[in-house]
Design a binder for this molecule. Sequence first.
Ligand code: TPP
Length: 325
Amino acid sequence: MSNAIDLSDPKSPLALFHRMLLIRRMEQRLAEIQKTGTLPGPVHLYIGQEAVATGICAHLSDSDWIASTHRGHGHFLAKGGDPRAMAAELYGRSTGICKGKGGSMHVADFSKGIIGANGIVGGGIGLTAGAALAAQLDGKGAVAVAFYGDGAANQGVLSEAMNIGALWKLPLILVCENNGFSEFSPSDTVTAGKIVDRGKPYGIATATVDGNDIMAVLDVAGQAVERARKGEGTTLIEARTYRLHGHVEYEDTFLSEKYRSDEEVEEWKTRDPIIHMEKLLADKATPEQIEAVKADIEKIVADAYEFAENSPWPEPATALDDVFA
Ligand SMILES: Cc1ncc(C[n+]2csc(CCOP(=O)(O)OP(=O)(O)O)c2C)c(N)n1
């Protein structure tokens, strides 16, 4: 890390920029690698949504818990997951964070409080309700955060989590990243009403936020985390955002028709959270500091994928290790 930049406070503008850019550049590189056909399995990119994970996780430490989705690289990195171990996992190598057995949709690191990405839509919500109960019983002030999409908000488990979170005042934060689509279905064709309103019958705190505005996310998240740490219970946050890539990389190769217009995507590009952050930085950091962040990220990304590419495959003899039954 260059001496020109101080990233010790995760809520400082430069540190937020560093984290958002790390997520963006790791995934842009991943999109290029996917094109070569060398990766096992599909990848769902978080590009465009970086401010949500970054703004929320800036308030969390390794003792707090998060669970995420099939679109989970951003949450993993925002919570302090190791870029090398993530890249190696995407490549299915033995040095991966799950020893190469999880892949893109299951990156997890319990030592960092990352319960895991999850291929089961809505699956992370139930896991964090459990983690929030465990945190409450431990009594050390830890909180649990579920990241999930607007499609997942239609799973019954969200209602179950809000019910138990309200009843037991669990230190639980339910963050819906409403990116406008559930796979290829626009939200308004599958989702009734406003997702944020679903918290009202349970009497939990609710908030909506512009998920592309890092400072707004930071603010709303700070209030929710403080409430949870003080024993004041569960919050439902709806963050409005947009995924700038497809539901899954290279979906054009199998989709027979478009489910969104090019104009819509271009419109949202003008609201790119990273561009927004760079504008904010104009009077909060020097050009040298901004360049130092960019250079640092390029180094981390190159190093992570080089590590992955040069890592060994898992030994066949380890296939049944860590299998419980
Ligand atoms: C229980 C379950 N049902 C269906 C699927 C298939 N599926 C994968 S992603 C997805 C859409 C999820 O949409 P959303 O929750 O809005 O997340 P986003 O992809 O927009 O980030 C669906 C239906 C699944 N993986 N798990």
